[in-house]
Design a binder for this molecule. Structure first.
Ligand SMILES: NC(=O)c1ccc[n+]([C@@H]2O[C@H](COP(=O)([O-])OP(=O)(O)OC[C@H]3O[C@@H](n4cnc5c(N)ncnc54)[C@H](O)[C@@H]3O)[C@@H](O)[C@H]2O)c1
Length: 247
């Protein structure tokens, strides 16, 4: 069977762990060449160093413009077009409304919204007809939820940006879509449930599909959206939550 991203250059941020790593690993199996970026460059090096299809491993704080420019410079050096941009970095402190500080507010917006927007903005010059943007929102982006008001709002902005990128970039032939994962088994998720088995099992009981999502299950959706398999899909959001929001 043909590989879906053979010789295609893709950029993944947040690629050292969790969903970003699962996406990068799946894309490599599908023949992609990658530029990966993460704050945690030590882990990224352990995962990717020595793989000839990983063209660059960048230490990047995705909330800082000068670091996102490093990604664009790295792409420029390859002299190639970018098939898909996947700004996966995101997270946020969990706090009740009355305790949220301006610093936490800004950090959450920067981690989720600024990072996704400016990663894409910096890479648009290297994208063309048949390129794809895949954003990671969350079911939090269309649900209320305790202690996560800023994260929820930030993820709502991310799903909105997929639609706005679609309209404005259509003339370049660039597609843009969002994935909205539900609970997915990553370090971010473990921190969220604070290692509490009761919370975890309570969640599993509410998942019609009967298990917490695996990062590989999000990566499969990312592959669809990044590749030409989704050539007629743009401005969409794929809820990938094991049925959680329709339980
Ligand atoms: N895990 C879930 O249940 C879940 C559900 C919905 C959406 N999401 C979203 O999926 C994305 C990935 O989450 P995850 O659970 O895999 O997280 P994770 O913590 O497992 O991995 C996140 C990666 O991003 C990197 N990172 C964090 N801050 C960074 C920064 N400022 N600059 C560069 N790199 C940075 C980390 O080093 C890490 O490698 C996030 O956008 C998150 O909001 C996760």
């Amino acid at each position: 069977m043909n590989k879906l991203l053979e010789n295609e250059l893709c950029v993944v941020t947040g690629a050292a762990n969790g969903i970003g790593r699962a996406i990068a690993e799946r894309f490599l199996r599908e023949g992609a060449d990658l530029i990966v970026a993460d704050y945690d460059v030590e882990t990224a090096k352990k995962v990717y160093e020595g793989n000839s299809h990983v063209l660059d491993i960048l230490q990047v704080d995705a909330t800082k413009m000068e670091d996102l420019e490093k990604i664009a410079e790295s792409v420029k050096k390859t002299g190639r077009e970018v098939k898909a941009v996947l700004p996966i970095v995101g997270n946020g402190p969990q706090n009740p409304i009355l305790e949220i500080t301006p610093e936490e507010f800004n950090l959450t917006m920067n981690l989720n919204v600024f990072s996704a927007f400016f990663t894409v903005q910096k890479l648009i010059p290297f994208m063309s007809n048949k390129s794809a943007i895949v954003l990671i929102s969350s079911i939090a982006g269309f649900q209320g939820g305790k202690n996560a008001i800023v994260y929820n709002a930030a993820k709502a902005a991310v799903r909105s940006m997929a639609r706005s990128f679609t309209g404005e970039l259509a003339e370049k032939g660039i597609r843009a879509n969002a994935i909205s994962p539900g609970p997915t088994e990553t370090r971010g998720f473990t921190e969220f449930v604070k290692g509490d088995d009761e919370v975890r099992n309570g969640l599993i009981a509410q998942l019609p599909i009967g298990h917490i999502g695996q990062p590989s299950e999000i990566a499969a959706v990312a592959l669809f959206l990044a590749s030409d398999e989704s050539s007629y899909v743009t401005g969409a959001e794929i809820i990938t939550d094991g049925g959680f929001t329709n339980r």
